[in-house]
Write a protein that binds this ligand. Structure first.
Ligand code: NDP
Length: 270
């Protein structure tokens, strides 16, 4: 039992704890946020009260074409920035735009969501340009963007020493079950499968390299989702996938570092 003499000390520390928790900023950047899962994530982060985010950075290739995303622009938490994942040289400029807003609070979460997928391809029909393009956007883009944003993620991690997961620093690489080597029993899809398997390897390396910085890295398969990429026959709506991803994200801790999960947090084989 707490003695009456201790009460002022206990209540003062409690107030200080609450105040410091309140002062903590949480900033998240989502790529490919003008449609599909990326747009769904941004909408969820802006409206869902259980996930308290101070800054949502939503990137798209062309603001002029991102009508639905631009309609959310009046939201003061939202910062819409342009980024083409093929233009790796522009990432440091993007990082400095983010830095101007988050200052020394850094960036807590990076969701490398943007991606492309060509049609089902058998070996006889694979084109080298298609392979290269998939690697540029699905693999090299996320790795180089992570490199550019890393100083900001390290800041966030240092600023939140006693926290974990999204309150500290997390990198999410949006992967696909089609990138799993173990679960590949259908073949084909060379450009997409190889680029997603490669980003999974990058997830593992980042989880090792950044462990001592307190930055966690995971790959997530969002499910087969009804988007332009998933097509009209996909069984999962964007909202369901995004709900699952955000619930999982909220609960990410050290035990998840370097793993591959589905949108409901189920561990998947590489
Ligand atoms: P969509 O095709 O609906 O959206 C793709 C997004 O990526 C768009 O915002 C698009 O922008 C952006 N993008 C494409 N190329 C570039 C580029 N060069 N630079 C910047 N952004 C680019 O896909 P989903 O929302 O369905 O997919 C999101 C992620 O989830 C992807 O990584 C995908 O591989 C993964 N995934 C999706 C599945 C599904 O069933 N839907 C299943 C498994 C994984 P723009 O409009 O300018 O083209």
């Amino acid at each position: 039992m707490v003695s009456i003499l201790w009460l002022p000390i206990v209540s003062t520390s409690y107030i200080l704890f609450i105040q410091s928790a309140k002062n903590k900023m949480c900033s998240i950047l989502v790529t490919g946020a003008n449609r599909g899962i990326g747009l769904g994530l941004v909408k969820h982060l802006l409206t869902n009260q259980s996930f308290k985010v101070d800054n949502v950075f939503a990137t798209c290739r062309d603001k002029g074409k991102a009508k639905e995303l631009m309609q959310l622009e009046s939201n003061s938490q939202l910062h819409i920035l342009e980024a083409d994942l093929i233009d790796h040289g522009s990432f440091f400029n993007l990082a400095s735009q983010v830095s101007n807003i988050v200052k020394d609070n850094g960036l807590n979460v990076l969701i490398n969501n943007a991606g492309i997928s060509s049609k089902f391809t058998r070996i006889g029909l694979v084109k080298s340009e298609d392979l290269l393009n998939h690697f540029k956007i699905n693999t090299i883009g996320p790795i180089m963007l992570t490199q550019a944003l890393l100083p900001l993620m390290k800041l966030a991690s240092e600023k939140n020493q006693s926290s974990t997961g999204v309150n500290k620093a997390v990198i999410v690489n949006m992967s696909s079950i089609l990138g799993s080597i173990t679960l590949n029993d259908q073949g084909g899809f060379y450009p997409y499968r190889t680029s997603k398997a490669a980003i999974n390897v990058a997830t593992k390396s980042l989880s090792v390299d950044l462990k001592n910085n307190g930055i966690l890295t995971v790959s997530i398969h969002p499910g087969w989702v009804k988007t332009t990429m998933g097509g009209p026959n996909a069984p999962i709506e964007v909202e369901q996938s995004v709900n699952g991803i955000c619930t999982f994200l909220k609960n990410i801790n050290k035990s998840h570092n370097g793993g591959f999960y589905d949108f409901e947090g189920k561990l998947l084989p590489w």
